[in-house]
Design a protein around this ligand. Structure first.
Ligand code: AMP
Length: 445
């Protein structure tokens, strides 16, 4: 299904096209029509599923259609558990609304409140906020919610974990009852359900729609796909760990670059794991020998670049590893198709690093399925600011819209503040002050 079937107008389609999104992800397909219909939504979806666009795009669409002659009031409030996520979501809002005449910004703790207050005086349609700073600004009467139309709680489970339930309740008490409520959470615990109940309390007459894009449980005779989010530089350690801990009998390991393939073989050898690599720099005779060894079981672990592996008839495999996530969804499907053949059980494991989420979304969209996420002890992702956040400081104006689209005036908090916040939180424990938000627990929030 293309994005154009979802009821989004041209300026929005144009923006997502410019970002390279080819098709909506499963959460987007489900959530966008519901949100456009004005209903409340409770969605279970993990990070990396495209959940941000799932709620931002329909909000933009509604606001673009229903233009108001309102004052300088907030129309949509998106609450996030961490500063980094607030920055990231505001970044997405700015990108998706670049051809619309709507304003947006992020407010969060750890930076000077005054520039945020000044910016709020100018008025903002979509406000992304962390709870501490939001309450602070509300106490200072810098924020008015009397015209609020939509409230979004993003990553509600993390807000519960971080002890923000009291703050959320205080915020909800300040909001008008007639509003649309959207809650997104990776898991639906009792605590999250309590928030959801309270959150949608104002709409007793029209119950919230619930959706979930958790991974499908696959029958035993098909491919078990799962993924791990991992720092790029711990991938080889993770692979060795999995091979040893899970006692893998065999694995075909796909990697993008030939020098990386050779390097990985050395890294595995240092950990006592014998592997061979096939890539463009190996002679045909050598490739054939390695392949024969792999097929006979003499060689258990084969590292292959996508290109080198393409023409190979490797036969049935118990396991493939996307050490690097392929750029094209077709390549992913092709690769995992090498395992679980003829009713045999197969496993396809993908390592997803920072910067891979766009690819992942395209793959999940193509599969129309969410891939199971697993966490491996000792391989938690380093708490670091994502590149996209550091690059967030916009130095140039977005390109002029094409004919028919509207002028953008999307904005976010002052660049220096955003950059400062991003840098401050990197590599050290963020401090927690009274009016502030908790340190980031997991950067890909
Ligand atoms: P999220 O789950 O909202 O954190 O999104 C994860 C990543 O997927 C972000 O980098 C988005 O820019 C990207 N993304 C969202 N929707 C799509 C889509 N339909 N196609 C490709 N990438 C997407």
């Amino acid at each position: 299904m293309p994005f154009s079937n979802l009821g989004l107008s041209d300026p929005i389609l144009h923006a997502i096209n410019e970002l390279g999104y080819t098709a909506p992800t499963p959460i987007q397909k489900q959530a966008i029509p519901i949100i456009l219909s004005g209903k409340d939504l409770i969605a279970t979806a993990q990070t990396g599923t495209g959940k941000t666009a799932a709620f931002v795009l329909p909000i933009l669409e509604r606001f673009n259609q229903e233009r108001t002659l309102r004052g300088k009031r907030v129309r949509a409030l998106i609450i996030t558990p961490t500063r980094e996520l607030a920055i990231q979501v505001a970044d997405n809002v700015a990108q998706y609304s670049r051809h619309l005449n709507l304003t947006s910004m992020a407010v969060y703790g750890g930076v000077d409140v005054e520039p945020q207050k000044e910016r709020l005086i100018e008025g903002v349609d979509i406000l992304v906020a962390t709870t501490g700073r939001l309450l602070d600004l509300a106490h200072q009467r810098a924020l008015h919610f009397d015209e609020l139309e939509v409230l979004v709680l993003d990553e509600a489970d993390r807000m519960v974990d971080m002890g923000f339930v009291g703050d959320i309740n205080k915020i909800i008490d300040r909001l008008p009852e007639a509003r649309q409520n959207l809650l997104f959470s990776a898991t639906m615990s009792d605590d999250v359900r309590d928030i959801a109940d309270r959150f949608t309390d104002s709409k007793v007459a029209s119950p919230a729609v619930e959706i979930s894009v958790s991974p499908k449980t696959k029958a035993a005779n098909t491919i078990h796909q799962w993924l791990i989010t991992v720092d790029k530089d711990t991938k080889s350690a993770l692979l060795s760990h999995l091979i040893n801990e899970q006692q893998w009998d065999q694995a075909l390991i796909f990697i993008e670059k030939k020098h990386a393939a050779a390097k990985l073989v050395v890294q595995l050898a240092k950990r006592g794991i014998v592997a061979e690599a096939i890539h463009g720099d190996r002679s045909q005779a050598m490739r054939e020998k390695i392949l024969a060894d792999f097929k006979s079981g003499k060689l258990k672990y084969l590292v292959a670049t996508g290109v080198a592996a393409r023409g190979l008839d490797i036969g049935e495999l118990s396991r493939v590893v996307n050490y690097d996530l392929p750029f094209k969804p077709e390549d992913y499907i092709h690769r995992i198709g090498r395992t679980g053949r003829a009713g045999a059980t197969g496993e396809a494991i993908s390592f997803v690093a920072m910067g891979d989420f766009k690819n992942l979304c395209a793959i999940e969209s193509r599969l129309d399925q969410i891939i199971e996420r697993k966490e491996i002890d000792g391989f938690a992702v380093r708490k670091e600011v994502p590149v996209s956040v550091l690059n967030f400081v916009r130095t140039s104006k977005p390109p002029m819209p094409k004919s028919g689209s509207q002028k953008s005036r999307s904005n976010t908090a002052p660049p220096q503040n955003r950059a400062n916040a991003a840098h401050k939180s990197r590599g050290k424990k963020a401090s927690v002050d009274k009016n502030d938000d908790r340190p980031n627990k997991h950067i890909w929030g």
